[in-house]
Design a protein around this ligand. Structure first.
Ligand SMILES: Nc1nc2c(ncn2[C@@H]2O[C@H](COP(=O)(O)OP(=O)(O)OP(=O)(O)O)[C@@H](O)[C@H]2O)c(=O)[nH]1
Ligand SMILES: [Mg+2]
Length: 206
């Protein structure tokens, strides 16, 4: 692409314009390249609803591939968070950051080796006591986590209630209550994820 200034004057100085992204609504230019979207990872124990949440967040642009050197499949998809496109990674179920199975090792490697802007720890609201030790491990590992307390519909049926504000105060991380299968709490989750993402830098025209 020719230098933007020369192009508008019908000339060419052989300079290249930086690759810009324009948000469709306000036409604000951003420096970020689509191939370098911020990434977030969905993690948690098996059967807590990570893949249901992944499907609720992402659209049709989903890829499934084996994690390098393994037979473990990892799904990645694009999600729209406000004006920003982000990549969401659906990780295999894990019980601990100290892996025993190949799946757990892949989930751990994805968290520790890939640049993730946020880690959404999905837990089952009915089994918080069993799930929170992993939350503590993720916090201690210094990961930017957000706790997604899923299956609130079932928890309510069991007569359980939860005060996300109190949990948030105790854990000092954002907490969102949701029922991914019923599409409840997804908008709030998007909103809270947005606050963890790096701010895109607007290009200042020369
Ligand atoms: N009632 C209820 N069921 C849910 C909810 N979210 C997920 N489920 C169900 O929970 C089961 C497991 O969901 P998955 O999304 O496959 O769980 P996962 O965490 O991806 O599991 P692994 O891939 O094995 O780690 C499915 O039967 C879902 O339909 C929810 O909010 N409420
Ligand atoms: Mg899954």
């Amino acid at each position: 692409m020719d230098c933007h200034k020369c192009k508008s004057q019908g000339q060419s100085c052989k300079k290249r314009s930086p690759k810009l992204l324009f948000s469709p609504k306000n036409q604000q230019p951003f420096t970020q390249d689509v191939s370098h979207n911020p990434q977030i990872a969905l993690v948690g124990m098996p059967n807590v609803g990570k893949s249901v949440l992944f499907n609720a967040l992402t659209g049709i642009y989903v890829t499934v591939s084996n994690y390098p050197g393994t037979t473990v499949e990892v799904s990645r998809g694009l999600a729209q968070i406000g004006e920003q496109s982000i990549t969401v990674i659906d990780t295999p179920g894990m019980y601990s950051l100290l892996p025993i199975s190949e799946e757990e090792k892949v989930a751990r490697d994805l968290l520790l080796l890939e640049p993730v802007a946020a880690v959404v720890h999905v837990v089952d609201a009915k089994n918080l006591g069993r799930m929170l030790p992993l939350t503590f491990q993720l916090i201690e590992a210094g990961l930017p986590i957000l706790l997604a307390v899923n299956m609130m519909d079932e928890a309510h049926r069991w007569g359980l209630d939860l005060r996300p504000d109190l949990l948030e105060m105790e854990l000092e991380v954002p907490v969102v209550c949701m029922a991914a299968a019923l599409n409840q709490g997804i908008d709030e989750l998007r909103h809270r994820i947005a606050s963890l993402l790096p701010v895109q830098v607007a290009m200042i025209p020369a």
